[in-house]
Design a protein around this ligand. Structure first.
Ligand SMILES: [Zn+2]
Length: 197
């Protein structure tokens, strides 16, 4: 019996030590032309690709990554399953400014559905969402977040008026050179990467 327990423990720790990704392969995946500017922008904050919780801790300790508020004027943070509520300072500030601008124009709030993902988080996400990127993403560098376009004021339904207002806010910051954004139809969200402006 004891022998079996030992075998079990051994195989468990072996499985645990196995990475669910191969960094070399991940780094080799070529980004699409549309996505490339996002990746380059996210890599300009001096944060190395976040592999797991431990690599994040280092940047949290140095203050390069900061916790974002669950609730601020004009936005709410959804309960995060495959990402973590941390961003680089500029991205945090910009998210707050976007929320504030949106609230002033609409008296409503938008919902942030995803924030920073480590490569380990991304493996777990891929199990439930096959569209999740195989390679690296600007979410892996603490400079990107997603905003749902089907959930305003916590109501899960299409609201064309508020979606247009959100797009106006995004255009405003894009024209100021502060963000890149893409509409992601699979996830019903806007993917936003903050530039190192
Ligand atoms: Zn995204």
């Amino acid at each position: 019996m004891r022998f079996f327990v030992l075998i079990l423990l051994f195989s468990f720790s072996f499985l645990k030590s196995q990475k669910c990704y191969d960094l070399k392969t991940v780094l080799k995946v070529e980004a699409s032309p549309l996505y490339k500017p996002h990746l380059l922008a996210s890599q300009s904050f001096g944060i190395a690709i976040l592999e797991n919780g431990r690599s994040m801790d280092k940047y949290l300790a140095s203050g390069q990554l900061q916790r974002i508020k669950k609730k601020s004027r004009g936005y709410r943070l959804q309960i995060l399953e495959h990402s973590r509520p941390y961003l680089v300072k500029k991205a945090k500030t910009l998210l707050e400014a976007m929320g504030s601008r949106f609230a002033t124009r609409t008296k409503s709030f938008f919902v942030v559905s995803s924030v920073t993902r480590t490569l380990e988080d991304q493996c777990r996400l891929r199990k439930v969402n096959r569209n999740a990127s195989l390679g690296i993403s600007s979410h892996n560098y603490g400079a990107a977040f997603d905003i749902s376009y089907v959930r305003f004021d916590n109501n899960l339904k299409i609201n064309t008026g508020l979606e247009k207002e959100l797009e106006k806010v995004l255009e405003h910051y894009k024209n100021l050179g502060r963000i890149f954004y893409i509409k992601e139809k699979h996830q019903s969200c806007y993917h936003i990467t903050v530039r190192n402006y």
